[in-house]
Design a protein around this ligand. Structure first.
Ligand SMILES: Cc1cc2nc3c(=O)[nH]c(=O)nc-3n(C[C@H](O)[C@H](O)[C@H](O)COP(=O)(O)O)c2cc1C
Length: 483
């Protein structure tokens, strides 16, 4: 049976997101990232192309690993300047009906309590079309600017994120019952206090005794996206994610990643296909193969190798400026994205080891993911082949130029895949969760988050205190656990 392939568009509130130097291309409009119209036009284009969602990346630091300085990143606009992703969503939701929005926010620096409310607000305003890409961070500069000397160790970041999610699940799933808001004008009761619970969370990193501030939104918990690819990251994803992003440059690596993820899902007691896996990829397409290859060559001529190495150094946590261009990357230790290092350390299909020069060339367009170049039919063939051979569910499409790369995909590839029965012919009804996974608007019962519901095995709700601790003490009330 022909498998329907899923697609997200991948963007960021900055210029030339994964394609350093392409901001110089005359067709690239990423410099308009500060204009709401860029985003609303993009959202309408993606909905015309029946994309599942727009996934908006984010970082809270600079790529200053390369050359141990942020100079190259600033010069090349390597994801800096970068604006906030969440603030874009309401406007795009207003001009679309179905498109989902996957917004990225880190677990390292913001307290989960206000974050829970911001996501609930967006889920209300979008009528349930919000996804959250849970990231634990990889840029040491982010940690330094938040008052830490360095980021915590790789696996410790995931341990911290575990509790972060626990607090969020308790707030989103366990605090307000569905029928808490009654708006009873006769009795003068807007909300029934017996149906709004104090979550009673008292953990290692966070203490959150009270109630969630928002009433239940269409999905309650946003669709959880995650991109862990290290052993600890995959375990975290298997317990929490409903969509998983990979960034495998070759089919062989992707097949291995997908097999590992599906196995870990089973170990976590979940259906191995309960999660959609999307591989980062870039499509460069046109009416004919020749035109597409000419376009690719032209785009590459704008690509910036210094920008590429700036990104790669940040992702790998390795200063590639310290290596010769023809040196292999070797066995480096990383405290950043372990899978990025692993991808380039393993030999490619022809058994060749990657040297720094190859990484710089590869990284000019589309980050770590592969590029598919050709006519609509040629690209469709390749995408279907990758799906068949790797068991991946879909692709997370980065752009070479925006919105041109997305428009080309909608015009040339979508019709071919649709004709072949490999593209959704229309959107499913309901929330993003139902459109993507087809099992309703709320988290399924077997998901970790559901265990924190009232009456669930991990619920910690406490009776409403009859009196709250006094706040009139003259000493300032410093929270013991703020982070
Ligand atoms: C497609 C993709 C997109 C990602 N987007 C972000 C992002 O926007 N912000 C971020 O801090 N990390 C991002 N990451 C990094 C992941 O959140 C995560 O840190 C990384 O994949 C962890 O890898 P590891 O478990 O192999 O160390 C992304 C990763 C992938 C594969």
């Amino acid at each position: 049976m022909t498998r329907v392939i899923r697609f997200n568009a991948f963007d960021m509130n900055c210029v030339a997101h994964q394609s350093p130097g392409l901001w110089k291309h005359p067709e690239d409009q990423s410099w308009r990232y500060k204009d709401l119209e860029y985003w609303t036009e993009l959202a309408k284009l993606l909905e015309r192309g029946r994309f599942d969602g727009l996934f908006i990346a984010d970082v809270l630091g600079t790529y200053d690993v390369y050359g141990a300085s942020d100079e190259a990143a600033v010069r090349q606009a390597a994801q800096v300047p970068v604006n906030d992703p969440l603030l874009l969503v309401s406007a795009m939701a207003l001009v679309t009906e179905h498109l989902g929005f996957g917004v990225t926010t880190g677990t390292g620096f913001e307290h989960p309590y206000p974050f829970a409310r911001r996501i609930s607000t967006l889920d209300h305003l979008t009528k349930g079309r919000v996804g959250w890409n849970v990231v634990t961070g990889y840029l040491p500069a982010a940690a330094r600017n938040m008052g830490q000397t360095d980021q915590p160790a790789h696996d410790a970041r995931y341990d911290h994120a575990d509790e972060y999610l626990e607090v969020l699940y308790k707030l989103w799933e366990g605090s307000w019952e569905d029928d808490a808001v009654i708006r009873d004008k006769a009795r003068g009761v807007f909300t029934d206090p017996d149906k709004v619970h104090h979550i009673g969370h008292d953990g290692t990193h966070f203490s959150v005794p009270g109630i969630h501030l928002s009433e239940p939104s269409p999905q309650r918990t946003p669709v959880i996206f995650q991109a862990g690819a290290s052993p600890r990251g995959v375990r975290f994803a298997a317990e929490n994610a409903e969509a998983i992003f990979t960034a495998a440059p070759t089919k062989a690596i992707l097949r291995e990643n997908v097999t590992t993820i599906r196995r870990e899902l089973e170990l976590a007691g979940r259906d191995p296909y309960a999660v959609k896996i999307f591989n980062l990829s870039t499509v460069i397409t046109a009416a004919t193969d020749e035109e597409a290859h000419a376009k690719h060559a032209e785009y590459l001529s704008y690509g910036d190798p210094e920008g590429a190495l700036t990104f790669m150094s940040g992702w790998m946590g390795v200063d590639l400026a310290r290596y010769g261009l023809d040196e292999p990357v070797g066995n480096v230790d990383s405290n950043a994205i372990l899978s990025a290092v692993a991808a380039f350390q393993s030999a490619d299909p022809d058994g060749r080891e990657w040297a720094v020069r190859d990484i710089a060339e590869w990284g000019k367009i589309g980050g770590i993911g592969p590029r598919f170049v050709g006519s609509g039919a040629r690209v469709a063939d390749a995408l279907q082949e990758w799906v068949d051979e790797t068991d991946v569910d879909g692709f997370n499409l980065a752009y070479a130029v925006t919105p041109g790369s997305f428009a080309d995909f909608v015009d040339h590839v979508v019709p071919v895949l649709t004709e072949r029965g490999a593209y959704q012919p229309s959107y499913a009804p309901g929330t993003l969760r139902n459109k993507l996974l087809g099992r309703g608007d709320r988290l399924p019962d077997e998901h970790r988050g559901a265990s924190y519901r009232v009456g669930g095995p991990n619920s910690t709700i406490i009776d409403r205190p009859s009196t709250l601790p006094s706040s009139s003490a003259s000493v300032s009330a410093q929270p013991t656990r703020g982070r």
